[in-house]
Design a protein around this ligand. Sequence first.
Ligand code: PLP
Length: 450
Amino acid sequence: MSLLKSIPKIDKFIINKAFEGLSKSLITKISKEKIQNLRENILNNTIENFDENLLINSILEEYNDINSSSLKPLINATGIIVHTNLGRSLLDEKSITNAIKIATSYNNLEYDLQKGKRGERYEHITKSLKALTGCEDALVVNNNASAVFLILNTFCKNKEVVVSRGELVEIGGSFRVPEVMNQSGAILKEIGTTNKTHLRDYENAINNNTTMLMKVHKSNYSIEGFSSDVSFEDISKIATKYSLIDYFDMGSGHIFDLPYNLSKDEPSILELMKQNPSLLSFSGDKLLGSVQAGIIIGKKDLIEKLKKNQLLRMLRVDKITLSLLEESLNLYLKNELDTIPTLKMLNTKVEILKKRANLLKDKIENFMNCEVIETSTMVGGGTTPNKKIPSIALSLQFKDFKPNKMEEILRKNLIIARIENDKLLLDFRTIRENEIIKIENILKKEFKNV
Ligand SMILES: *Cc1c(COP(=O)(O)O)cnc(C)c1O
């Protein structure tokens, strides 16, 4: 009972010097909760004494935690370039200058400066998309999942859309093609089998209620061996023959051909545009290397219909997204691809990665075991599944530390590493040049003189 009595009274407690200069209301709220906890623990006999300094420290810790940013920058040493858990694509600082101005001042988001009246927010982006891809018209929504939903809801509500069984995929974060279709009101007409779909399957499935032939990028899986699917080019031909919409949900979507022969089975946007498709959609923050967005390009009359769907209001993008996307597209138009970090990482030569890995090795090998190894990684983000791209990693060892212990130490320092064959690897495909010194300093702090 005496312990209960020793619990401080809240009004007296919060004027403690340790809380000077801090938000009184937040300190009071945290203190009340902690003191209430303390009281309960004493009554349950789960604690036998209490130390006021410890209490103060735990309150300060929670206070600081609440006040610090939850989203933190980190170093991606996994080698996966489009890493959805780590924020997908990054932007170069040079390419966000206009977005900063737009975010911090009023702007012509929906205002036509020529006519002095209401304008359209999507106009800002169509000019660049037309110039870059040769499309008739374009639309941008919140992400590619919204793009798929909007397209199906607009054209296939209570109508049939033909899709190959091999493409009814689930993409990370519970985006399942059949379920999205169901929710959009589209009637799914599955054709073919898991491993094989033929052109005649599409043609046989068409009836009076069919409006669309859709192709979906398989994203995170591929079927090896006895399998075949129909190219979008052939699907488009059938669609044209029967006056149907041909739509390709490309998922990632890259403007130009990819290195390492990755484009062999993955035609670029420019390649697909040659056949004048009805609609294509792709993400803004996968291989395009920009912000989160869903980009729809295609025929003008179809884009007009999409714009009339009330759903668009729910899926619409913000001015900062539009501004950032416009800047990224301008980098493509100016052919400044090195200013797009996703492409720069993808295109960096292995010899250069090796040089960088050796640079770090030279700095740390006097206090830990390390070895530069040739390895391979993946693009990520559902792009080119199972296709490896060459990379270089630094394999780290320290005393008898297990790889997962090392991984944890690095993670606490905001470096996300990869464990492979029981080795801890720092993959240089995704480590940026200016991060090497940061890694060096953290390794010194954690392992030198330990
Ligand atoms: C990634 C992906 C999506 C979802 O795109 P988000 O931009 O993440 O919403 C849809 N379809 C395919 C084929 C994808 O690969």
